[in-house]
Design a protein around this ligand. Structure first.
Ligand SMILES: [Fe+2]
Length: 187
């Protein structure tokens, strides 16, 4: 399948109207195809690599939001040595690496969530994602607690698609050193 980035709003809307279990494989295929598309790489990704090493932290360089919140397509830049906190999203999500390599760590939640501010996590797995590796998918809420970063020595870029939110908050941030969790509000 060839993905045209110019036509992607229609494709994204179709994907994001599906139930989560159907949307995730479609989103993964869309992103895996997109990060192999020469026109997309040349116009949207390669320019971001210039200057990425000068940034102190990771950042969202491009963002395309549906007006009604049905989806958000975001391009993340990961300078060497940067990474997110451990977090979860209030929507399903999928992402594919478009340049360099990103490392994803995934965590299981061991407690039942009944105690406010408390979460006990256990690391489940970690994987390195490069452009030829396809896309990673995440379920909403505690279904896919993860951390993404770039422990390498060259910048990385990844493309993320998020479906509609299931809650008011954007997601949650976790600190396993203190068994702590807090809501992350909408930016
Ligand atoms: Fe995430």
């Amino acid at each position: 399948m060839t993905t045209s980035f110019a036509n992607s709003p229609n494709e994204l809307r179709l994907i994001c109207e599906l139930p989560t279990e159907s949307a995730l494989p479609r989103a993964a295929r869309f992103l895996a195809d997109l990060v192999k598309e020469p026109a997309f790489l040349g116009s949207q990704i390669l320019p971001l690599l210039r200057g990425a090493s000068n940034a102190e932290g990771w950042y969202v360089a491009r963002r395309y939001d549906a007006h009604d919140g049905a989806y958000s397509l975001q391009v993340f830049v990961w300078p060497p040595g940067t990474g997110t906190r451990i977090h979860a999203h209030s929507s399903w999500g999928a992402y594919a690496c478009a340049a360099g390599t990103v490392l994803e760590e995934r965590y299981d939640r061991l407690d039942d969530g009944a105690q406010t501010g408390y979460a006990r996590l256990k690391k489940a797995w970690q994987l390195r994602w490069s452009p030829e590796d396809g896309a990673s998918t995440v379920l909403p809420d505690d279904g896919s607690i993860h951390r993404v970063g770039n422990p390498g020595e060259v910048p990385a870029v990844s493309v993320h698609l998020y479906g509609p939110r299931t809650e008011e908050v954007d997601g949650r941030d976790y600190d396993p050193s203190h068994d702590y969790v807090c809501d992350r509000s909408v930016a």
